[in-house]
Write a protein that binds this ligand. Structure first.
Ligand code: ADP
Ligand code: MG
Length: 297
């Protein structure tokens, strides 16, 4: 049976707004060796601002932005919200249809008679669109195309959460040995964020399936430390919020989701939910977990 103090630990976590879905997860949180995190919306604010709009030659800025805004109105991704906010004209609902969300790439939808593509360069490449690449170390670049023709790019940027810098430092004080950032975003941006946050390792330009693979590699690396192939008590947590993060949240020993920005799929797949998205509550929960285990044993 479960020692009573585990319920005390779950209660203590609940008091700070952290939902722990079982005493076993509290026990695993007490033994975190590796913490893997998604970037956008987890380590960064996830609130993008449009910084530059670059229409392709012969395309009106208005046309390109309108197409992008119509298509993004079907998405809840933080990128989508920023593009909707940048297009201030009122759009009647129902302008886009047959939307397809391409994981780690963006969206494709019908607008009137046109097929519109809104996403990163991989989306352009995979659909054979002759786009003009924008080199900008600081920004996420969203490319727009219609009917196979490049219409331009929208540059947006996000900011690192002050609380993330502190949370990473505190996790290390709570015994976490290795912090890894995984992102679908470009390498240049990932590198800058990784450096500012002093994470130990980062991987960029990943598709959701690559994130699962990265976690599996990290788990294998941890078990390599043990002769019997088990991880012993060493555990791995993944922190994420996106709809695409559900598989990797399930794969980790402890999946941690952000409750208010998180998608339903992520919250469902998670073992621990941070109700108000305050990443600083993760080291606090580790501390509660360690105290609980200390009491229980
Ligand atoms: P992250 O790992 O940073 O959370 P995602 O896996 O959510 O990123 O997305 C990876 C990349 O796919 C984004 O950086 C962006 O280039 C592109 N992308 C995803 N969703 C959209 C969208 N709705 N509009 C435009 N681009 C998108
Ligand atoms: Mg994400």
């Amino acid at each position: 049976s479960v020692p009573l103090s585990f319920f005390g630990g779950i209660g203590a976590a609940s008091n700070i707004g952290v939902l722990v879905k079982g005493s076993n997860y509290l026990e695993q949180m007490a033994h975190l060796d590796t913490v893997v995190s998604d970037k956008t919306g987890t380590l960064t604010e996830g609130v993008f601002h449009v910084t530059r709009v670059v229409p392709a030659e012969g395309v009106l800025e208005e046309t390109m932005l309108r197409n992008a805004a119509i298509v993004e109105s079907l998405s809840t991704h933080p990128i989508a919200k920023s593009i909707q906010a940048a297009y201030t004209e009122v759009l009647e609902p129902g302008l886009a249809r047959d939307a397809r969300n391409i994981s780690g790439q963006g969206l494709i939808a019908k607008v009137g008679d046109s097929t519109v593509y809104v996403g990163n360069k991989r989306l352009m490449e995979e659909n054979g669109i002759d786009y003009r690449e924008i080199q900008d170390g600081e920004s996420t670049v969203v490319y727009v195309a219609a009917d196979g023709k490049f219409q331009g790019a929208i540059l947006i940027s996000d900011e690192i959460k002050d609380s993330a810098v502190k949370a990473i430092r505190e996790m290390k004080q709570e015994g976490v040995r290795h912090v890894v950032m995984l992102t679908g975003d470009r390498k240049g941006i990932a590198e800058a964020v990784a450096e500012k946050l002093s994470v130990d390792e980062f991987r960029a330009e990943l598709l959701p399936a690559d994130k699962v693979q990265a976690v599996e590699e990290l788990l294998a690396r941890m078990s390599g430390d043990k002769k019997d192939g088990s991880n012993g008590k060493k555990k791995l947590a993944f922190i994420g919020d996106g709809i695409n993060d559900a598989p990797v949240l399930s794969r980790a020993d402890v999946g941690i989701a952000m409750g208010s920005m998180g998608s339903d799929a992520a919250i469902e797949a998670a073992d621990v939910v941070i109700m108000d998205d305050d990443i600083g509550k993760i080291p606090r929960t580790i501390r509660i977990a360690r105290q609980t285990v200390g009491i229980a044993y």
